[in-house]
Design a binder for this molecule. Sequence first.
Ligand SMILES: CC(C)=CCC/C(C)=C/CC/C(C)=C/C=C/C(C)=C/C=C/C=C(C)/C=C/C=C(C)/C=C/C=C(C)/C=C/CC(C)(C)O
Ligand SMILES: C[S@@+](CC[C@H](N)C(=O)[O-])C[C@H]1O[C@@H](n2cnc3c(N)ncnc32)[C@H](O)[C@@H]1O
Length: 369
Amino acid sequence: MWVPNRLLDLRNRVFANPAFQRWAATFPLTRLIAQRRARQLFDIVAGFVYSQVLFACVRLRLLDHLAEGPLTLDQLARRLDLPPDGARRLLRAAVSLRLVAVRGRDRYALDELGAAMMGNPGIAAMVEHHAMAYVDLQDPVALLRGEAQGQALKDYWAYVGADVPASAAGHAVDGYTALMADSQHLIAGDVLDACSLKDHRCLLDVGGGDGSFLVAAAKRWPHLRVILFDLPAVAERARARFAREGLAERATAIGGDMLRDPLPQGADIVSLVRVLHDHDDEVAQRIIQAAGRALAPGGTLLVTEPMSGTRGAEPIGDAYFGFYLLAMGSGRPRTPRELKTMLRAADFDRVRLVPTCRPMLTRLMLARK
Ligand SMILES: CC(C)=CCC/C(C)=C/CC/C(C)=C/C=C/C(C)=C/C=C/C=C(C)/C=C/C=C(C)/C=C/C=C(C)/C=C/CC(C)(C)O
Ligand SMILES: C[S@@+](CC[C@H](N)C(=O)[O-])C[C@H]1O[C@@H](n2cnc3c(N)ncnc32)[C@H](O)[C@@H]1O
């Protein structure tokens, strides 16, 4: 909705007035909104403390313990190796965040959000790895000014800033490859629900990690051949994974550098899953072009990643991924419109956004070569 600037200025002057704020907090018609806005602001101000509460829960495996059934304070204190006061403080904080529920006097169980976390082990892995993001984001202004660079995330994502990413050794890719595999549980199902591969013959997943996405695709579509392309050390892990899953007949993993080596030919659909946002515009455009060269005319390109400006999830694309990628030192989240322009520039047409059930985590764009 378009609102004239003068009106917005007036609104902001009124909202900034402490007397108005006090009045709005007591007047029956505005009280609830005023409380909600104050709470929203507090959550932004204090969000890092909430995250540290969750970090402590994850580190101490509190939720895993409660997943076995309700436990008393004493039992938990022993299992977490905390003094009773420390355990009580953590439990009260976790209760306030709906991770843990009180079940009687000094007895605790999982609450809604704790239970949701247990269903997605990828979330706990994300929380643990955020320790690096905290370090890198200590001085966000210096990052924004380009006066400082994060180091921890850059080292973790071994391909970022590497002259020859294909030379990354196994130990350098293990951490991020496992993290990406864990969090694919939140992605692959949503993407495959949104996009049928019934009419496709062969799917090439570029930057496909340990193959989690392709394993899900191949299991859902038994006729489908799948090819994974990633750095040699990562592709090796995917090859082993395909063998473990009994997919060696239908699944191939090829190692190389997507920016230097030609991508494998023969697929009628190429996917870029959480790949483009890692890279600055010029590099991302080259990746799209490489994907285009791997496809015959009529082939499909599938791009899926969290996007900027997603309604209802704006802070996830623009604040979380915007700053995460800033700290990592490469890439940015893009709006669907920006991605569309990049795809068209690489001669893709019929570009369309396909709805996914949890767009906050991943959105889906398809295009035709
Ligand atoms: C039955 C009755 C009566 C009512 C039902 C009420 C109801 C619907 C309750 C809901 C219960 C429920 C099913 C909840 C489910 C919750 C879920 C699925 C929550 C999922 C949360 C996901 C989270 C928090 C995901 C976090 C992901 C993060 C932080 C991802 C980070 C990704 C990174 C850092 C990626 C890096 C890759 C790079 C480098 C950018 O390329
Ligand atoms: C953010 S991860 C996404 C992994 C996977 N698609 C997923 O969503 O779980 C990016 C992937 O791109 C791969 N990658 C980065 N640079 C590459 C390059 N130059 N050539 C080939 N793969 C590359 C990484 O090794 C990593 O597996």
